[in-house]
Write a protein that binds this ligand. Structure first.
Ligand code: GLN
Length: 521
């Protein structure tokens, strides 16, 4: 009997359609894995066995009816995990914050509706940095998440729980959000695939907002084809999010080449740019070697790779940390203890407000609200916010120029380093912010970017980032599938996270306990 949790989503689809397995069996296997591994990983904030099994049984009924299964979406009956900022009617939605503890979502997010419509099974909600602010998942009010490759290291953030759920075989697929790197960076650090789609590709209706002009929803998966299928299920225009675009979602997302030869052949003649500014100072040399080897492999398959420049890259971090906190300070004003979550204090309105926000928000969120409020204040608006928006346009133009010159995509590192130890960057917010130096500009420009595994450095996963013009997700998936095919025989490909075995041992410390022990050293 094969372990059902080791199957890729498309293998699950094949077996479900062939009647070899049921969605109930698949769902149970994943719920068991999630429950067994959560003590040591803390990837989940809720595991909803009851609801998941009801959905699995409903999927099995559809699969059994000949009309139901014939042209159903491939995700029918396949388990999925959602980051805990996606609304699921009647379920908790903490966004990793105390201020939303006990709040129950009154409606389904657009993507939840879409997942229900295709018959995917929602297993539960995953841990995350509070309000998606962070690059390590150490800013969750519900404790850090551990990386199954080394339990003393972070999985990246802010969608660390969703990345670990997939990397540790608790779910074949999960949903994250990416405002400045929060899908791609944790995908890189845990050795899986993650894509931030073009701004406007996926509706943000029902998603807790961080920075509305940057936030995008996207998939995590263990291979490229699975990520494409999940994007296909959730993407598309939704009237309730005015920024969601009416650009058609190509059905070819469901038909990426299965054959490695065909996939690799698709790389021939592709023109790729290698932006020199993405090899940032402080980049770990061995991660850099993995990227260089990947570039050589792409060239070997017939792609041309030219060094290019994105001259305003250096301003990405500074402008992001004006724009994102400014938008966050406005979005988070709604958490006043009246409309959402618990109300603290039993005094007048102002004191209750201060008590609720004072105790409800963690330190990183408060830092962002202060930065954002400052940047938007009357005397500084032009000097900071308006200027940052202008620089944002320059960052976008850098990309536009290259795509107008005919580049199919840009190749770059996803993260300057592999996963770091708990506590390593907690005392220095700027060091933490630098984790996203290679991903932030892509959000500033609204473009799609994917991270795919490209090898190991000292035993830890390294991610390769591909960045494309707006709406080029299909092309990015084809290129990524080509790279996956080229490296299908690589020794690191089949390797499971090295400390996965420890994660099911109840005697292991929790990630919070590990982080505390490291802090005491
Ligand atoms: N790490 C970045 C931040 O803290 C990006 C987070 C994200 O993409 N949600 O803002």
């Amino acid at each position: 009997m094969t372990d059902l949790t080791r199957l890729l989503a498309h293998e699950m689809t094949d077996r479900l359609r062939a009647g070899e397995i049921t969605s109930r069996a698949l769902t149970e296997a994943h719920l068991d894995a999630a429950e067994a591994g959560n003590h040591a990983l803390n990837a989940w904030l809720t595991i909803d066995r009851e609801r998941a099994l009801v959905e699995a049984d409903a999927a099995d009924v559809r699969l059994a009816s000949p009309v139901g299964a014939a042209d159903a979406h491939p995700l029918l009956g396949v388990p999925v995990a959602l980051k805990d900022l996606v609304s699921v009617k009647g379920g908790q939605c903490t966004a990793g914050s105390r201020i939303l503890e006990g709040y129950l979502a009154p409606y389904d997010a657009h993507i939840t509706e879409r997942l229900r419509a295709v018959g995917a099974v929602i297993l539960g909600k995953t841990n995350m940095d509070e309000f998606a602010m962070g690059s390590s998942n150490e800013h969750s009010a519900y404790g850090p998440v551990a990386n199954p490759w080394d339990l003393e290291t972070v999985p990246g953030g802010s969608s660390g729980g969703s990345a670990v759920a997939v990397a540790a075989y608790h779910a074949p697929l999960s949903i994250g959000t990416d405002t400045g790197g929060s899908i791609r960076q944790p995908a890189a650090l845990t050795g899986i695939v993650g894509i931030k789609p073009t701004y406007g590709r996926v509706s943000r209706y029902g998603i807790v907002a961080f920075a509305s002009s940057l936030d995008q929803i996207g998939p995590f998966a263990r291979d490229v084809r699975d990520a494409a299928a999940l994007l296909h299920a959730v993407a598309g225009r939704d009237e309730r999010d005015s920024t969601s675009a009416s650009v058609p979602v190509p059905d070819e997302l469901l038909h990426l080449p299965a054959s490695d030869d065909e996939a690799a052949a698709g790389l021939r003649g592709k023109r790729l740019g290698l932006p020199r500014e993405y090899f940032v100072a402080g980049m770990d040399p061995d991660s850099r070697r993995r990227i260089e080897e990947s570039v050589a492999a792409l060239e070997g398959a017939g792609a041309t790779v030219e060094e290019v420049s994105l001259p305003h890259t250096d301003y990405g971090l500074a402008t992001y940390y004006i724009v994102a906190p400014a938008e966050a300070s406005a979005n988070l004003a709604r958490y006043d203890g009246v409309r959402f979550g618990p109300r603290l204090g039993d005094s007048d309105v102002l004191r209750n407000y201060l008590a609720t926000r004072g105790r409800g928000f963690g330190p990183e969120v408060k830092r962002r609200i202060m930065l954002g409020t400052y940047a938007l204040s009357a005397g500084y608006y032009d000097a900071f916010y308006v200027k940052a928006q202008k620089v944002r346009t320059l960052i976008k133009r850098d990309f536009d120029d290259l795509f107008e010159r005919g580049f199919d995509a840009l190749v770059a590192p996803t993260s300057p380093t592999t996963a770091f130890q708990f506590g390593a960057k907690m005392a220095d917010p700027v060091a933490m912010y630098l984790s996203d130096a290679c991903t932030l500009p892509v959000n500033m420009a609204g473009l799609p970017g994917i991270s795919i595994p490209c090898g190991l450095s000292e035993g830890m996963p390294v991610g390769l980032q591909l960045i494309g013009p707006a709406w080029s997700e299909l092309e990015l998936f084809r290129l990524s599938r080509g790279f996956e095919a080229l490296t299908s025989a690589a020794q690191w490909r089949g390797q499971e996270p090295t400390q996965l075995d420890l994660t099911t041992d109840p005697a292991q410390p929790t990630p919070a306990e590990r982080a505390q022990a490291l802090a005491q050293h």
